[in-house]
Design a protein around this ligand. Structure first.
Ligand code: SF4
Length: 334
């Protein structure tokens, strides 16, 4: 028997795959990488590399599918609403299970495995919701959740004796100790911490995502840019993104496109690179310079000459400004 396991990179999905392997099932992993995925943070965001590592540690192949605009549409208009932030977990699960279903058919696999634990999360893992997700994905009875199987209805693979229910688990709720103990028993030691994998569940990123949606800017490029720097809304039509370190300054420079503005510190002063995007008039340019000044060294009660240009102009112009006040900065932080 063969099964497709949804692999997030976290412990639960790894355990689920391992348990099924232990019952003699040939497991093929599927990782659905969304634009908000952070599971590969430790590998410089290289999801394929990270999944290769996860697959090798489980001894299974892991196929990575990158979800793009189609996933943004789900985030923008989730049929089943959001969780605590802008995480449309129910719609997301239905969508990912749909991808797993496609793979199941193309690989002539028999069922799907997930690492879901009943009642572990507010929204998508309540028992009736798990059932509803299964129906919506067209997979009723074909999703095995080995970690909670004993407290969930019997699945087709159990009824047909492809797998043994007695050797599955009854984990329930948020307590993670049973999973950690099981990981030790099964010899799984390298795994990501839970809930670290999706920017949609993070309060700071949720603000940025809502801002992009409200301003009709919710596209893949802006979502990628969202991961870098401090973001400020200067007007309904203008934003400034300020790098937090050298690496981010470089990333921002790579994002620059025609019509953007670049702001930098004076040559003799350490400071950030800032990317201005949108419609800038004289007063907004001055505001952007004051914000850039705030993050420069030596900005205390001291005017600095901030350099800026509109891309693709060759030469920087200069504006002498005092730093913005911290309380004013707070008001415009996205
Ligand atoms: S946390 Fe993110 S990736 Fe996970 S189900 Fe929710 S929306 Fe999807």
């Amino acid at each position: 028997m063969k099964a497709i396991a949804l692999i997030s990179g976290g412990l639960d999905s790894m355990l689920a795959a391992k348990i099924m392997q232990g019952q003699g099932i040939e497991v093929i992993g599927l990782h659905c990488s969304t634009p908000f995925d952070t599971c590969a943070k430790k590998m410089n965001g290289d999801t394929s590399q990270f999944m290769k590592f996860v697959g090798e540690s489980l001894g299974i192949p892991v196929i990575v599918t990158h979800l793009g605009k189609e996933f943004l549409d789900i985030v923008k208009n989730p049929r089943h609403g959001y969780g605590s932030h802008v995480n449309p977990c129910i719609d997301c699960r239905i969508f990912m299970l749909g991808k797993a279903h496609e793979l199941m058919l193309s690989h002539q696999a028999n069922f799907i495995i997930t690492g879901e634990v009943a009642n572990q999360r507010d929204m998508s893992q309540h028992k009736p919701t798990l059932r509803m997700i299964e129906k919506r994905a067209g997979l009723l009875g074909l999703i095995v959740r080995p970690l909670s199987a004993k407290i969930l209805p019997e699945t087709i693979p159990e009824q047909k004796n492809w797998i043994q229910r007695d050797n599955l688990f009854n984990f329930n709720g948020r307590n993670r100790r049973p999973q950690i103990e099981l990981a030790n028993t099964l010899g799984i030691h390298n795994y990501s911490q839970p809930a670290g994998g999706c920017l949609l569940t993070d309060v700071n990123n949720a603000r940025k995502i809502r801002d992009l949606i409200e301003h009709n800017l919710f596209n893949l490029e802006e979502v990628a840019l969202m991961r870098t720097g401090r973001h400020f809304r200067l007007s309904p039509f203008a934003r400034l993104i300020v790098g937090r370190d050298q690496r981010e300054n470089k990333v921002l420079e790579d994002f620059v496109r025609e019509g953007d503005y670049l702001f930098t510190s004076p040559d003799d002063t350490a400071g950030p690179c800032a990317l201005g995007r949108g419609e800038f008039d004289g007063s907004i340019v001055e505001q952007a310079c004051k914000i850039t000044c705030y993050y420069c060294d030596k900005n205390d009660k001291m005017e600095l000459v901030i350099k800026y240009k509109k891309v693709p102009e060759d030469c920087f112009k200069e504006v002498k400004v005092f730093s913005v006040l911290p309380e004013d900065l707070k008001k415009i932080r996205i």
